[in-house]
Design a protein around this ligand. Structure first.
Ligand code: AHR
Length: 532
């Protein structure tokens, strides 16, 4: 209920923008926010899979970003860079979606296994050579090194059910079949675990331009025949099959969700799905034209306004899902999200290279908060993409590596993985710039697996400090400490020469009369644990 109050306040504020009442002066805005947390009203589990990553064969997302090859002078373990592995381990990455994206619907797995790799092309992303040196076994090795689960997208667009079924047999069977022996000969006698199986990618567009009905008939065939044979995944830890879902809120997307979910409602013993994918980028307008650095407050506030639309989109598609699946058995998996800006000048436009600024840190926190508030339905999300592509965690340049502002938000939010959502009420206040009004603050709280109470609070306002008064219902708060992420400018970035411009710093609260006061710097993301 209280959660709904906060959501209502937020929707109302964003709604004011839509109806053009952007005239609220900043003089009216609150610089003091009272946050009330009632830990006795715990909600859904915040699935750790909402912190998932996405690695596509695209630009230097894999080539150079993860894979440097065994003979590289860059320190590596079986060809996979050690610095990147160390950085990703700290994020506790729950799953990695691979090999695409659009690339997945043109991927033929056989080219990427064994001692001889076929050299092919990557027509989607710059038309470059795809050496296939990073294939199934290398991906699984990478996952083993970072301690993450596999989210495999199979080729529905240009492949066949048989090809996908054989790929799964190669990866998962423990029986001595020809494909099992081939996997063992390639160095992995034990079957692999596959947590998620994506049945195609954007089948309404780059995945084959299918109509909803045509896709549903394909989906049933793939769901039936693309089996996971791993003995450890037959009862517990069953592979979750994810159907292609919407890419926006317009009628063609609502029709898509309706068609897939209606089919699901009538599904028989012979096929099933466990999730519906949704893709939504913060882009403003297509083609992407916002600069990823060298921008000011106007572009900052515009992009944040666009990103908050994620909430409406989830509400819209969740409502359709509720009609056909009121028990919420099918998860909504936002398996591509993040900021998509204009390509960096001088970069290959097909490589989707962009900068990552403090704005992206704020944007990431707002989206993670939205997913957490929808924890009962949104049980997976994959930011696009993990390294060197779009809103990346990590950037590399040959032997150099840097961690982005978005990386630090994911690191600060790790206590929310599999934590229990706790409702928060707060008067968000309003931040107004150039006719755009946004909530000044945003907050979520959760009871972590470590037993602690965690709060994440974002101050969107790039000019005003916010004094937060934290109040626990039914008990008194004694202390709070954690980290805060901010920087001098909305477009501050980390570079290879100055990698510590946007890095978290300690933050603590003052206790008085059972309440805590916390100072939020302008344009900051903070995560604190509260002692009771
Ligand atoms: O993430 C880049 C691309 O965006 C993906 O390949 C595709 O699925 C989406 O359109």
């Amino acid at each position: 209920m209280t959660q709904h109050v906060a959501r209502f306040q937020r929707s109302l504020l964003v709604g004011l923008v839509v109806i053009g009442l952007g005239l609220i002066s900043s003089a009216n805005a609150a610089e003091r926010v009272e946050v009330s947390i009632d830990a006795s009203k715990a909600g859904a589990k915040i699935d750790r899979n909402i912190f998932g990553q996405f690695a596509e064969h695209l630009g230097h997302g894999i080539d150079g970003g993860i894979w440097v090859g065994r003979d590289s002078t860059i320190p590596n373990t079986r060809g996979i860079r050690n610095d990147v592995v160390t950085a990703l381990k700290a994020l506790k990455v729950p799953n990695v979606r691979w090999p695409g994206g659009c690339f997945a619907d043109e991927y033929h797995w056989r080219k990427g296994v064994g001692p001889q790799r076929a050299v092919s092309l990557n027509p989607n992303w710059g038309g470059v050579i795809e050496p296939n040196t990073f294939g199934t076994d290398e991906f699984m090795d990478f996952l083993g090194q970072i301690g993450s689960d596999a989210y495999i997208s199979v080729n529905v667009g240009s492949g066949t059910p048989q090809e996908a079924a054989e790929w799964l047999e190669y990866m998962t069977t423990a029986q001595p079949t020809t494909l099992e022996k081939e996997r063992a000969a390639n160095g992995h006698p034990a079957p692999y675990n596959i947590a998620f199986l994506g049945i195609g990618n954007e089948s309404w567009d780059c995945g084959g331009n299918m109509s909803p009905d045509y896709y549903v008939s394909q989906m049933k065939i793939y769901s039936r025949f693309v089996r996971n044979f791993n003995p450890a995944q037959q009862d517990k830890d069953q592979m979750q099959k994810i159907a292609v879902g919407p890419g926006g809120g317009e009628p063609r997307w609502t029709e898509w969700t309706e068609t897939v979910m209606k089919a699901y409602q009538q599904h028989t013993w012979s096929w099933d799905i466990n999730g519906l994918s949704m893709h939504s980028y913060t882009v403003g307008h297509w083609p992407p034209s916002y600069a990823s650095s060298g921008f000011g407050e106007t572009e900052y506030s515009q992009i944040l306004k666009f990103t908050l639309e994620m909430d409406d989109l989830i509400n819209k598609h969740s409502a359709i899902m509720d009609k056909y699946d009121p028990q919420k058995k099918v998860a909504l998996m936002v398996d591509e999200w993040g900021a998509w800006y204009a390509p960096l000048p001088g970069s290959n436009p097909g490589f989707l290279v962009q900068q990552n600024s403090l704005r992206d840190a704020v944007l990431a926190a707002l989206n993670l908060n939205i997913f957490a508030r929808h924890a009962d339905r949104v049980r997976g999300a994959n930011i696009a993409q993990m390294i060197n592509v779009l809103q990346a965690m990590i950037m590399t340049d040959k032997e150099k590596m840097l961690l982005t502002p978005t990386y630090y938000v994911f690191k600060m939010y790790t206590p929310f993985q599999d934590a229990t959502f706790v409702p928060v009420t707060f008067n968000s206040g309003t931040y107004t710039h150039g006719g755009i009004s946004l909530p000044r603050t945003d907050a979520i709280a959760a009871k972590g697996k470590d037993g602690k109470l965690w709060v994440a609070i974002t101050n969107l306002d790039p000019n005003e400090t916010v004094d937060v008064e934290l109040n626990l219902v039914g008990t008194s708060a004694k202390a709070a400490s954690g980290e805060t992420l901010t920087a001098p400018k909305v477009d501050s970035i980390n570079t290879f020469d100055a990698p510590n411009t946007v890095v978290p710093k300690p933050i603590s609260a003052k206790a008085q009369g059972g309440k805590l006061t916390l100072k939020l710097e302008p344009k900051s993301v903070s995560v604190v644990s509260i002692e009771q």
